[in-house]
Design a binder for this molecule. Structure first.
Ligand code: C5P
Length: 223
């Protein structure tokens, strides 16, 4: 079974997906981390973010892996060609680069293929932007998770402060989030859009527990 959770940046998808997966006894796949890995490798190798062919080649050849502890839902580390990039893919520099990389069709083709292989291996909560529309268009349960721009920026600032990575300036974070959402929504290839059959969950005024309970309830109805 696949529970697809899509939505804009900072809506709480990652935290909520892990909690839902834990509650249901499912595994969890963070597809945004995979796009971040390609952006990280491109920047490291000095590849231009305008060079679609080179970005496509990186996506086809680099090995992305998630390291899990025994029975853990949450990936303990993300590796690119064996190199630990867990923190390196969460910087403001990657935040700004990633939506250029993810707009390249050849990058998407390679990553979607890998995501389908991973997701079909068991019961998964898969989070991203195009999971319910493209990657698993036949997912049993689909959620489009949103929150107001300000609330998403507030949460991202708190998350960056806790991790000690990225900006903690509210206005900078808000501007970056809005710019990234615009690029993700306006791109030609698999834009950020709710699937027709997705259940819309606006988490602006909901507690984390309420969001998790709502999504688990939906998933159980569809089991
Ligand atoms: O979820 P996260 O913010 O880590 O995603 C980073 C970026 O990866 C998004 O802004 C988007 O450009 C891209 N992405 C995507 N499709 C997905 C997941 C993420 O295009 N399924």
């Amino acid at each position: 079974m696949i529970v697809a959770i899509d939505g804009p940046s900072g809506a709480g998808k990652s935290t909520v997906s892990k909690l839902v997966a834990k509650e249901l006894g499912f595994s969890c796949l963070d597809t945004g981390a995979m796009y971040r890995c390609i952006a990280w490798k491109a920047l490291r190798e000095g590849v231009s973010l305008e060079d679609a062919e080179a970005l496509g080649a990186i996506a086809r050849t680099c090995r992305i892996s998630f390291v899990h502890g025994e029975g853990e839902v949450d990936a303990r580390a993300v590796l690119v060609d064996g190199c630990d990039v867990t923190d390196a893919i969460r910087t403001a520099e990657i935040d700004r680069a990633v939506s250029k990389v993810s707009a390249v069709p050849a990058v998407r083709t390679s990553l979607v293929e890998q995501q389908r292989v991973i997701g079909r291996a068991g019961n998964y909560v898969v989070e991203g932007r195009d999971i319910g529309t493209v990657v698993f268009a036949d997912a049993e349960a689909k959620v489009f998770l949103t929150a107001s721009d300000e609330e998403r920026a507030r949460r991202r600032v708190a998350q960056n402060a806790a991790r000690g990575i990225g900006s903690t300036d509210f206005d900078t974070v808000l501007a970056d989030i809005v710019a990234r959402d615009e690029r993700d929504s306006a791109r030609a290839a698999s834009p950020l859009v709710a699937a027709d059959d997705a259940v819309l969950v606006d988490s602006t005024d909901l507690s984390q527990d309420e969001v998790v309970a709502r999504i688990c309830g939906l998933a159980r109805e569809r089991m």
